[in-house]
Design a protein around this ligand. Structure first.
Ligand SMILES: NC(=O)c1ccc[n+]([C@@H]2O[C@H](COP(=O)([O-])OP(=O)(O)OC[C@H]3O[C@@H](n4cnc5c(N)ncnc54)[C@H](O)[C@@H]3O)[C@@H](O)[C@H]2O)c1
Length: 403
């Protein structure tokens, strides 16, 4: 029989998961502490941008397989998918996870499975177990495990099913129970391990991306200092059979890769040297882009900032280097900067430069600062770029220019 599932935290991870489980016939009870989120979802609309989730939600609501709650109701399986932001000194803040744990404690029944899916520092699953043991000491047969997400925004529903997944229990039985549950909807392999290993796996994945992007960005800074084209250097170096250098950019964004490496570094500050160094390279790259663009403005030129989101063809501004750089340029050079972001209808609050359409921006003079590699920018005709100074942090205009 299908398990009844309570999902706590209905954001980018929790909502698609809840909708997918309901589409597989499970009765899903969605819990979110934000009443506005609950109200939106109750109307069959979604508050995140993610393809096909709204259609699944609507169907689940109509079938009576998805209900909304302020407090967790009893279930067979509890999934915690609340935020885990960074606090002071880059320390992970576990307040939401611990609040969710306290909230679900009264709903627990013997033999329940509790799955933590929030990206978490090593030891968090054990902390949840200790808190539950304090709150519900009579429940000695709970199965508690960590089951992190590796989904890519924009492809979440597909990746929830197709990606391999790790399930790490606090006991071998909990690992098995978590694997059995994920196998109900995951087509990829569900790899079993212990909870702490699973926690470190998730952090290692995002730190890997961060360190490797920092390497590409450091190469771009060195190449600039040497007057060399970093894109050509990387293109040729990647012909080595065991070399795969990533693409440079204006810095790393999004709420995962720019954040999670700190969870690892924080766990063992004396051992973690490369991870904080990668974060420092990221800051240096952002500063270098800012200085180069600022120098153009200092010469009196108008500057057209192309892109504010953290990556191509999405509307996500979280930890976006493009947004930070554009905001600072607008502040430093009032009246000289215009912003183009085809994925936003209005400028984010606090920006002091106007948001204009691409056509409007290109109708006038001005240097181009490419901050995001949106498809719309790749299509800017050569004629509209001719004669302008171009700072292309994403290398989007390079391919056609290479010899
Ligand atoms: N977004 C991604 O692509 C992604 C990928 C992998 C892992 N993660 C991790 O998953 C976790 C959740 O991320 P997200 O992007 O879904 O966050 P989100 O901000 O999109 O959504 C979180 C939701 O949880 C709710 N919430 C907060 N505290 C709560 C509480 N105590 N009880 C009930 N609801 C609560 C918020 O109102 C919000 O709607 C984070 O740890 C994140 O790092 C995210």
């Amino acid at each position: 029989m299908n398990p009844r599932v309570t999902v706590i935290g209905l954001g980018y991870v929790g909502l698609p998961t809840a909708a997918l489980l309901a589409s597989r016939g499970m009765a899903v009870q969605g819990v979110d502490s934000n009443p506005a989120v609950r109200a939106t979802l109750a109307e069959g609309r979604i508050h995140i941008t993610e393809a096909d989730v709204e259609a699944l939600l609507e169907r689940a609501l109509r079938a009576g397989l998805f209900t909304l709650h302020a407090q967790p109701p009893p279930a067979d399986v509890f999934i915690i998918a609340v935020p885990t932001p960074l606090g002071e000194d880059h320390a992970p803040m576990l307040g939401h996870v611990l609040d969710a744990t306290r909230a679900l404690a009264p709903a627990l029944r013997p033999g329940n499975l509790v799955l933590l899916e929030s990206t978490s520092p090593i030891g968090t699953t054990a902390r949840i177990a200790a808190l539950l043991a304090e709150l519900r000491p009579e429940l000695t047969d709970l199965a508690i495990a960590y089951g992190p997400e590796r989904v890519l925004p924009g492809r979440i529903l597909t990746e929830l099913v197709e990606n391999d997944r790790v399930a790490g229990g606090l006991t071998p039985e909990a690992t098995q129970r978590a694997q059995d549950f994920y196998r109900l909807f995951v087509r990829g392999e569900v790899v079993g391990t212990d909870a702490a290993t699973a926690e470190m796996v998730k952090l290692a994945e995002n730190a890997f991306r961060d360190v490797n992007i920092a390497f590409a960005n450091e190469l771009s800074l060195i190449a600039d200092a040497q007057g060399l084209d970093v894109w050509r250097v990387i293109e040729i170096a990647n012909r080595h059979p065991r070399v795969q250098i990533l693409r440079p950019g204006p810095g790393v964004g999004g709420h995962c890769i720019a954040v999670d490496p700190w969870f690892l570094a924080h766990a063992a500050p004396d051992a973690a040297r490369l991870i904080p160094a990668a974060r420092a390279v990221d800051a240096a790259k952002r500063a270098a882009v800012l200085d180069a663009a600022s120098a153009i403005c200092a010469g009196g030129e108008r500057l057209i900032c192309l892109g504010l989101t953290f990556k191509a063809d999405v509307d996500d501004l979280r930890e976006s280097p493009a947004l930070d750089i554009a905001a600072e340029l607008a502040r430093r050079h009032p009246g000289q900067v215009v912003l183009v972001e085809p994925h936003l209808r209005a400028a984010p609050p606090g920006l002091t430069a106007p948001l204009v359409s691409l056509e409007e921006a290109l109708a006038g003079p001005g240097a181009l600062l490419v901050l995001t590699d949106h498809a719309a920018f790749r299509r800017i005709p050569r004629a509209q770029r001719a004669g302008r100074r171009i700072l292309d942090t994403r290398g989007i205009f390079r391919d056609e220019e290479s010899p």
